[in-house]
Design a binder for this molecule. Structure first.
Ligand code: BYC
Length: 314
């Protein structure tokens, strides 16, 4: 078969995407597509792993055994999501070591949301309800991403995330139906987690440098602003059901658009958190670096065992 020109390769690649076929690891792909996917999938994996930290803060203080078991299981699920995603990222030609190195040296980002502290038990409810809720809205879309390994990882992850969202909502429902103080604790958690949850969807579309390419390549099928609106429309009635209110005086149902209008996000806060100056950025990074250092003997032992097995087989 004659060799295809760069232009022919690019045309075939885009046609495959336009026909809703998966791009698989061994297929030809645009270098920019590969790099952008590696960026997003690895950031996503780091987010899952860092996301364990705020919740881990409450394992020893969960109010009863049932809550503790559910929280432990949820945190383990997040570790599993991180592992699926690191594996998907590795199919793009970077080693696990390189990917982790970019994270541990602060070069790769992770979601802004995990740089906020979990001050009360209600925060664990708010994370499940709002943070996992926002993550699902985004990840349901990613189940149809054009890159096969990412889309398939997302299908498994979404199944677990929807369970997480419900357990968070149930924690808050219990608090909201409890004493006056418990309901106040739920309201306080909502006050602190609402705006950071909206920031999870990323900057406005007009300020989002990657949206154009990622949409063309069908990694993104809905934009940051569209997904954020979807999340708000879905979540406000849930807050009404709980009997607590979003901390946004501009939040109002708009009959004409059929959506909620809402106030402006504090983008200065978002930029500060993303650039390392959020309330817990340093604490999160220190915890991950320590875990990685402490885990060296495990990686060394696993490598030694794999080498021994390989040598024996040879
Ligand atoms: N935080 O052009 P844009 C979970 C960055 S974990 C930090 O719109 P894109 C869970 C963005 O990376 C689920 N950075 O980018 C776990 C880019 O920076 P670079 C986490 C953000 O990629 C444990 C720049 O801003 N979910 O569920 O088109 C417990 C410009 O943005 C953020 C994912 O990771 C942010 N919030 O769109 C509980 C989903 N937003 O790379 C729950 C996968 C933007 O140029 N990721 N940036 O330096 C995505 O869907 C997309 O990457 C985003 C951003 C929608 C986040």
């Amino acid at each position: 078969m004659p060799e295809l020109s760069q232009l022919e390769l690019e045309t075939r690649f885009q046609k495959k995407i336009d026909d809703n076929l998966y791009i698989e690891p061994k297929d030809w792909m645009l270098e920019k597509y590969r790099q952008n996917l590696l960026r997003q999938i690895s950031q996503h994996a780091h987010s899952e792993v860092v996301g364990m930290l705020p919740e881990a803060n409450w394992i020893t203080r969960a109010p009863n055994l049932r809550r503790k078991a559910a929280l432990l299981a949820k945190i383990q699920d997040e570790a599993g999501h991180g592992l699926y995603l690191y594996s998907a990222a590795e199919t793009l030609g970077s080693s696990r070591e390189q990917i982790l190195n970019a994270f541990l040296t602060g070069k790769a980002k992770y979601s802004s949301i995990f740089n906020y502290p979990t001050l009360t038990w209600a925060d664990i409810g708010a994370i499940g309800w709002l943070v996992d809720g926002a993550a699902i809205i985004n990840q349901v879309m990613l189940q149809r991403a054009s890159y096969g390994p990412y889309a398939r990882a997302m299908i498994r992850i979404c199944r677990e995330e929807s369970f997480h969202q419900r357990q968070g909502f149930e924690i808050l429902l219990t608090l909201c139906r409890g004493s006056k103080d418990q309901k106040a604790m739920a309201q306080d958690a909502l006050n602190r987690w609402w705006w950071p949850s909206l920031m999870m969807f990323g900057p406005h579309d007009k300020d989002s440098p990657h949206t154009g390419d990622m949409t063309k390549w069908r990694v993104k099928r809905e934009s940051n602003d569209e997904l954020r609106q979807k999340f708000i429309d879905r979540t406000v009635p849930q807050a009404d059901f709980l009997g607590i209110t979003m901390p946004d005086k501009d939040l109002k149902w708009n009959e004409t658009t059929g959506h909620y209008d809402f106030g402006e996000i504090n983008w200065e806060e978002f930029n500060q958190v993303v650039s390392g100056n959020g309330p817990c950025n340093r604490e999160r990074m220190n915890a991950r670096v320590k875990a990685h250092t402490d885990g060296k003997w495990v990686r060394d032992a696993a490598t030694a065992y794999a080498n021994k097995k390989r040598n024996k087989a040879a």
